[in-house]
Unconditional design. Structure first.
Length: 136
């Protein structure tokens, strides 16, 4: 099962585990296409439905992975800017509303020195797909 592009590693234990307080985990059954985030109260390895939450049981469960959102490519950042979504700066210098890059660098991640912000936002951010609103 995949979650935000990351292959999940199922939670395993040889002995029953009681989560007190309940642990936020991803759960799914054989017919689910995507996992659901729930508060699991117990994991019992020798049952068909191993993960137990307050109102239901599930066949599979996994820890929620820390998702590292990737930096936008030069092309993605240029498109985001040309659509009028915000502005960018390089190392605290000038503020720009267009992003220029060399031929052949379309699909390269934009520079680590670039920060972006949406109109109305006072804080500068890394140009990640999440911040730019370009995630799948």
């Amino acid at each position: 099962m995949k979650y935000k592009g990351i292959e999940l590693k199922e939670f395993e234990s040889e002995k029953p585990v009681l989560f007190d307080p309940p642990r936020k985990m991803l759960v799914w059954d054989y017919d689910d296409e995507t996992p659901t985030e729930v508060d699991v109260i117990a994991f019992i390895p020798n049952r068909y439905h191993k993960a137990i939450e307050q109102m239901s049981v599930y066949i599979h469960c996994a820890e929620i992975p820390e998702v590292m959102c990737r930096r936008a490519t030069n092309r993605e950042l240029a498109k985001w800017l040309v659509l009028g979504n915000g502005q960018y700066q390089v190392s605290g210098g000038r503020i720009w509303t267009e992003h220029h890059y060399d031929i052949g660098q379309d699909d390269d991640a934009c520079s680590n020195f670039i920060k972006v912000r949406k109109w109305g936002d006072k804080e500068w951010h890394k140009p990640t797909l999440e911040y730019l609103g370009l995630e799948d």
